[in-house]
Design a binder for this molecule. Sequence first.
Ligand code: NAD
Length: 322
Amino acid sequence: MFIVPEKEIAGLITADDAFDAVEAVFAAMAAGKAYNFPVVREAIGHEDALYGFKGGFDRAGMALGLKAGGYWPNNLEKHQVINHQSSVFLFDPDTGRVSAMVGGNLLTALRTAAASSVSIKHLAREDARVLGMVGAGHQSAFQLRAAAKQRDFKKVVGWNYHPEMLPNLAKVADEVGLPFEAVSLEELGAQADVIITITSAFSPSLMDVHVKPGTHLACMGTDTKGKQEVEAALLARATVFTDEVAQSTSIGEAQHAVVAGLLSEGDITQIGAVINGTHPGRTSADQITLFDGTGVGLQDLAVAAAAVQLARARGVAIEVEV
Ligand code: NAD
């Protein structure tokens, strides 16, 4: 098997590589060639940690495996390592033998940013010029960098629950050559043509009334039962897309609209159907499109497989006998 350590990932895989891998696996999912296994997520009763597995099999890309990991809230303070920890394990689909272990921390950020980017490519208006960011934590930088490539954006507007974190986002906007303005949620909704929400909130910040017609939203923060970033009524007004419908209605942003009876499973479309051309996606300039990005195991396998390929080609994969 090959080991690709976390420290090698940054030098191996670019945001563009991650985009291609994620777009391809979303397409395979909608074509019925790839499927995710049920997610396991457990509070292990030690260090307040949440630990679990996300896995699947992609018959098109021949990627089989899982991401194991979770969230250790005390890591940074006690052990000076980041709170989110994960590793990806890949298996040979022909034999079941383990084929690779890959550091999954940076890959998680890259594949999550790639997912919202894929949604912007396929669903945002071509003339989108203002990017709105709700959230300014670890993931937001990756989200902003990746989104900036998808349209000819002229400006970034940002809001965060903890305003003192916004300068981090301003730095990233500067890095990609875009002016940044810290704004109220009202102003953000009035200006933005594309909005990414990437917070760990358990109650909505962005309300239906904030969002203007024609906006594309990528709601990326809600990946657990109970979390919520936008008002449920917004999902009722929008055309809703997702990575995986079962996750969208159970652990994604759509869970609240479904419980409130404003949305049902049948109203939600896999983004892969738009990529494959079996769903038209956006059909008018006034339509609000909303991508509920819940994060699926197949995304992790896709970017990990790409990282292994690159690592082997460049001689940085460590080969061990198992
Ligand atoms: P982080 O801890 O670095 O940042 C958290 C962000 O949420 C900050 O902007 C913070 O100000 C904001 N926030 C905290 N409490 C809030 C509240 N009550 N109301 C509004 N905003 C609030 O976290 P991160 O690593 O940037 O991750 C953000 C979210 O994305 C988390 O919920 C994480 O689980 C989720 N996530 C999703 C995927 C996916 O595939 N969909 C992948 C990775 C992370």
